[in-house]
Design a binder for this molecule. Structure first.
Ligand SMILES: Cc1cc2nc3c(=O)[nH]c(=O)nc-3n(C[C@H](O)[C@H](O)[C@H](O)COP(=O)(O)O)c2cc1C
Length: 199
């Protein structure tokens, strides 16, 4: 968009949830995606993507993501983390797009999304939820805190173990092309890493 000095004033006051969601989720882009594995009450593995995802504290090793409201239910991820206090954040790369989108379909709590969408799982070292074999990075986390904002729950985990695909990390650096992260835009739209701008 060509820059002009004309701006529209947009107020969120009184704006219904779906329009707030539309505006905010299309404004803060691209977002990285946390594919979160948890264990359900029946012992099933639950997998769900969350793109309200960021580092909460480098020094503490905290990652966080926000579980938003759902009209009909409390999302399984939040239910499971409250009960077990453990989860794994699996990174999402380009070839995982379709399966990740399918993980967000609504499945009954006892159903394993991993099996439904065809993700292979491998055991974790320190927590019960397993890791997604196709992900290049896994962060095993123990719950630190859940902070409620309205109907959204900011879920903060302490990383207790990191796994990286062999060869990906060299001297603590990662080549972004090798990581090939998938970005969320909005709805069913995603993006790949484009040109890297060096300044
Ligand atoms: C790429 C992607 C990103 C998503 N990000 C979020 C998010 O940040 N917060 C959220 O509450 N739901 C998000 N969703 C929707 C949840 O994944 C969806 O509600 C899912 O069914 C929750 O699963 P669960 O009940 O197993 O926890 C996202 C969906 C997709 C496809």
């Amino acid at each position: 968009m060509a820059p002009t000095n004309e701006f529209e004033n947009i107020s969120l006051d009184g704006l219904p949830f779906d329009l707030r969601y539309k505006l905010l989720s299309a404004s803060i882009i691209p977002r990285p995606i946390a594919l979160v594995s948890t264990i359900g009450e029946a012992g099933n593995v639950n997998l769900a993507p969350f793109s309200s995802f960021m580092i909460a504290s480098v020094e503490e090793g905290f990652l966080c993501f926000s579980v938003g409201p759902d009209q009909k239910r409390v999302k399984d991820t939040l239910v499971n983390i409250r009960r077990t206090e453990e989860f794994v954040i699996n990174s999402v790369s380009e070839p995982m797009a379709v399966q990740v989108q399918n993980c967000a379909e609504e499945y009954p709590p006892h159903v394993s999304e991993a099996k439904e969408v065809g993700f292979d799982l491998i055991p974790s070292l320190k927590v019960a939820p397993p890791r997604v074999a196709m992900s290049n990075l896994h962060f095993e986390c123990r719950l630190h805190q859940i902070i409620r904002f309205g109907e959204s729950h900011m879920t903060i985990g302490r990383i207790v173990q990191v796994h990286a695909r062999a060869g990906l990390v060299r001297n603590y650096k990662i080549d972004p092309r090798e990581l090939a992260p998938l970005g969320r835009i909005a709805g069913r739209n995603y993006c790949q890493l484009g040109n890297i701008v060096k300044v």
